[in-house]
Design a protein around this ligand. Structure first.
Ligand code: ZN
Length: 157
């Protein structure tokens, strides 16, 4: 296990409120995997708004983050499902840095969109060492979000 001070340092660099780095390793010489842990052991039920700490099950969830220096960064977090003690419904915890079922962080999506607007898909892919198809996926999913979340705002685009 890496030292506490090193993990503290990585936690500071990653900078996700409420999460801490618990481990890391190099997948390849330019790919870094950082394991994150939610500091909170509780979640609020989206159905009845009662706070619960009863974990139903969890599974490892891997998302891509913005590159750090020469490294492509991947985050691994134990994504928990809670079971509400009051209404007994099972729900997945919200992860502040990633949208539901996406394979990349919100800030990576923001970076990609900004760079596509400034340059193009090909350049953005090269800058982030991602394929054009990966960039296109992010753009397509963002478009879907805009259509489902804020249909009224689209007229201004
Ligand atoms: Zn509930």
């Amino acid at each position: 296990m890496p030292s506490n001070s090193l993990l503290h340092f990585i936690t500071k660099i990653i900078k996700f409120e409420g999460f801490r780095a618990t481990n890391y390793h190099f997948i390849t010489e330019n790919e870094l995997l950082i394991q994150l842990e939610n500091k909170s052991s509780r979640a609020t039920c989206p159905h009845c708004h009662k706070i619960t700490d009863k974990v139903h099950q969890s599974h490892p969830y891997r998302v891509r983050d913005i590159p750090l220096s020469i490294w492509d960064v991947f985050l691994l977090v134990d994504h928990r499902q809670f079971k509400c003690k009051k209404c007994h419904k099972v729900f997945s915890e919200e992860l502040s840095f990633v949208k539901k079922r996406r394979t990349y962080t919100k800030r990576l999506a923001e970076k990609v969109v900004k760079e596509v607007l400034e340059t193009d898909v090909k350049n953005t892919g090269e800058r982030n060492r991602m394929t054009s198809a990966e960039i296109e996926t992010i753009l397509k999913e963002l478009e879907q979000d805009l259509l489902t979340e804020k249909p009224k705002d689209l007229t201004g685009l």
